[in-house]
Design a protein around this ligand. Structure first.
Ligand code: UD1
Length: 436
């Protein structure tokens, strides 16, 4: 009886925790103006931290963002015996690896956990990493990671929901990726650094985060050329050494704030970003009538009373990023005209549409395209986030809407935006986090 009560109490406490999840309350209609500093990129920090598995000793990484996903990968790495110290910079040491299993519990929380697969096999000769499973935006298989590891000579089998990989030493090979995959390219680039002989990755992804990772690996002593192009060559070495390096600025965070400026008729200066990583978005925003000016590593985005609609098609870099599709859709929802937004990277990345419609947007989905007919204004309402970038889109819509928007399931936004409510508030937005 007592046990049952104790269990009931645990379940109650868990449910209270769920009920007590944070929400974001936004009073829309405020013009955003001022300047903010862009944080380090989540999608660059995760592979860079995973790369520490390849070396013995303390690495020093600057500009690592303070995000839930970073905490998740550090937790995952600590399960392998990796030590880390977080301060102004992040120090991390994988000198004494004691385990090689990435559990389902952590991998399902963050799919990028798959990034430990390549470095673990390369360094320790084995890895057991849970298969991530599907997610809100699509099936997202990891078949290309597995195939490429096999091409490098690893023995890989799938058992009990886990990828089990073994190799006494990986062997260089020419690998052709059927689809351009970001984490796939990163995983195999890391694995190949310690392989015997030369590896050539063809149809490699070209994202700036891959260039950042290649720079870090080179500082560790890896021999890599071609990162940033679709052919990357890696000459394997016997061992790597610790390095000091920086994570690049987050182009998706920067892009989200540029769109926020456009949607509120604002004037926002973004400090510490890399405008060259934002060219696809900048071109599109200029087409909408926004004024975008670049001054070194800062970027000024100026909105206007009513933006012109533009068509968007997401593509791998240097095309328009899928990670900004939900946000630009929020912008098109209040544009003057009709916009067709086509998603080519993920098959199910329109989860935000039904929530935007709750705010008054006029959007119709047909296959992998959405027809967005701009309305003069959105109206605040309670909405729910389904994934990280969908949350950002709903916050943007709330900033531009009349009245109050309450966004629940805020934990999604905390995965990838460092203190977004503080940054927006400093620009004049009315946004606050509340519990419950
Ligand atoms: C990364 C980013 C994510 C971004 C995405 C596309 C990180 C941590 N995440 O995710 O924010 O939205 O790139 O820019 O960097 N695919 C396969 N088989 C595979 C691998 C991928 O079919 O083995 C498919 C995917 O389902 C998708 C496409 O390839 O349709 C591109 O996915 P991919 O580049 O691998 O995305 P991620 O690396 O998971």
């Amino acid at each position: 009886m007592f046990l049952v009560e104790a269990e009931a109490l645990i379940i109650y406490k868990r449910s209270v925790k769920v009920v007590a999840m944070d929400k974001m309350v936004i009073e829309g209609g405020k013009r955003l103006a001022g300047e903010i500093r862009i944080s380090g990129a989540k999608n660059a920090a995760l592979p860079v931290l995973a790369s520490s598995l390849l070396v013995d000793g303390w690495n020093v990484f600057h500009n690592v963002p303070d995000l839930q996903d970073v905490k998740t990968i550090l937790k995952l790495l600590s399960g392998f015996g990796v030590k880390s110290e977080i301060g102004e910079t992040l120090r991390i040491n994988a000198g004494a690896i004691t385990g090689c299993e990435a559990s389902y519990d952590l991998v399902r929380k963050m799919r990028a956990s798959i990034l430990v697969l390549g470095p673990l096999v390369a360094k320790t000769g084995e890895a057991r990493v849970s298969l991530p499973g599907g997610c809100a935006i699509g099936a997202r298989p990891v078949n290309l990671h597995i195939k490429a590891l096999r091409d490098l000579g690893a023995e890989v089998r799938l058992r009990d929901g886990y990828i089990e990989a073994k190799a006494s030493r990986l062997k260089g090979a020419t690998i052709y990726f059927d689809i351009s995959t970001v984490t796939g390219t990163e995983n195999i680039m890391m694995a190949a650094t310690l392989a015997e002989g030369t590896t050539v990755l063809k149809n490699a992804a070209r994202e700036p985060e891959i260039v950042n990772l290649a720079d870090v690996l080179q500082k560790m002593g890896a021999k890599i050329s071609g990162a940033g192009s679709d052919v990357i060559t890696i000459e394997g070495v016997k061992s790597l050494h610790p390095a000091e390096a920086s994570v690049i600025p987050d182009r998706i965070e920067a892009g989200t704030f540029m769109i926020a400026a456009g949607m509120t008729g604002g004037d926002v200066r973004l400090l510490g970003c890399d405008p060259s990583h934002l060219e696809a978005l900048t071109a599109k925003l200029r087409e909408t009538g926004m004024e975008i000016t670049v001054e070194g590593d800062s970027l000024r985005a100026v909105g206007r009373p009513r933006i012109t609609s533009v068509d968007i098609k997401t593509m791998p870099y240097p095309g328009f990023p899928t990670d900004l599709q939900a946000q630009i859709m929020a912008m098109m929802a209040i544009s003057a005209g009709l916009s067709v937004i086509t998603e080519t990277v993920f098959e199910n990345r329109f989860m935000h549409v039904s929530e935007l419609i709750r705010l008054g947007a006029d959007i119709v989905i047909e296959g992998n395209s959405a027809a967005v007919r701009g309305v003069p204004k959105l109206c605040g309402a309670p909405v729910m986030a389904t994934d990280l970038r969908a949350s950002a889109s709903l916050i943007l819509a709330g900033l531009a809407a009349e009245g109050t928007t309450t966004l629940s399931r805020v934990y999604h936004i905390d995965r990838g935006y460092q203190r977004i409510e503080e940054k927006l508030s400093s620009l004049g937005a009315s946004i606050r986090r509340v519990s419950g």
